[in-house]
Design a protein. Structure first.
Ligand code: SAH
Length: 245
């Protein structure tokens, strides 16, 4: 019997993968890689490792998810060390919990290696201190995706005094903004959209809740709402720093 590493590969920039993730990846016979994971991460894989692309961009189809779980089970049963590379952190909106449960149910050993989640990395690229102590009581990671009608409690979130970090929110940005305004957040609340965080292709809009727009942006993107956004470096400066890096 082999084993499976559920690995957080970080938000994009391969340098944001942990040393532990790189080491586990280097021990794997088979690598299952999601499409949000930078191909640069594969530099740490053994040269003879089998690499399987298991992306299911946009769809989140349960059939695809079941297929990925079946693949991991098959490879591990055949005695392979399997590295399941997932974007960001495997347990933050990554379905890592489901995958772990499926593997454990089959008696397969699982080791989880946390990763830098996009919700922290994206604001960090703009110098946004998500829990700056005078401005936020905490930070909330929330999905903007309404799965089967289940919607985040935007009223409660607006009152929470925490910085809101919204994953998968781009497609419903108009709805989310309207809900937060209706819940009482002022239109002037600082807010931003960050696409392709930590990658060369990164783009961002630093604005206010009332003026936030998804126009011109594509997934993957993180939306940050809260006073802390105004404590970030100016957009132009952040760009300059990245170019210089
Ligand atoms: N497990 C991942 C999240 C998977 S859900 C993590 O911890 O980061 C997919 C969502 O993550 C995307 O819709 C987007 O909201 C966000 N995301 C992932 N990578 C991103 C990136 N490089 N830049 C901006 N958002 C990103």
């Amino acid at each position: 019997m082999g084993k499976v590493f559920l690995i957080g590969a970080g938000p994009g920039d391969p340098e944001l993968m942990t040393l532990k993730a790189a080491r586990a990846l280097g021990s794997a016979d088979v690598v299952l890689i999601d499409d949000l994971v930078s191909r640069g991460c594969l530099a740490h894989a053994r040269s003879g490792a089998k690499v399987v692309e298991v992306g299911k961009r946009g769809g989140c189809k349960s059939t695809a998810q079941a297929f990925i779980e079946k693949l991991m089970i098959q490879y591990a049963r055949a005695g392979n060390v399997v590295a399941r590379l997932k974007g960001g952190d495997p347990f933050v909106f990554g379905r890592g919990g489901e995958e772990m449960a499926a593997l454990l149910a089959e008696g397969i050993e699982v080791e989880v290696i946390p990763g830098v989640t996009a919700g922290l990395a994206a604001p960090a690229t703009l110098g946004i201190p998500v829990t700056h102590r005078e401005l936020a009581r905490g930070v909330t990671f929330v999905t903007g995706h309404a799965k089967e009608g289940a919607e985040a409690d935007w009223k409660a979130l607006a009152r929470s005094g925490t910085t809101l970090v919204i994953y998968m929110g781009l497609a419903r940005l108009g709805h989310i903004v309207a809900a937060l305004l209706e819940a009482g957040l002022p239109a002037e609340t600082p807010a931003c959209v960050i696409q392709d965080a930590t990658l060369k292709s990164q783009r961002e809009l630093v604005s206010t809740l009332g003026a936030l727009s998804a126009q011109g942006f594509e997934s993957p993107a993180i939306i940050v709402v809260g006073a802390v956004v105004a404590r970030g470096r100016a957009q132009a400066k952040a760009r300059g720093d990245r170019k210089a890096a």
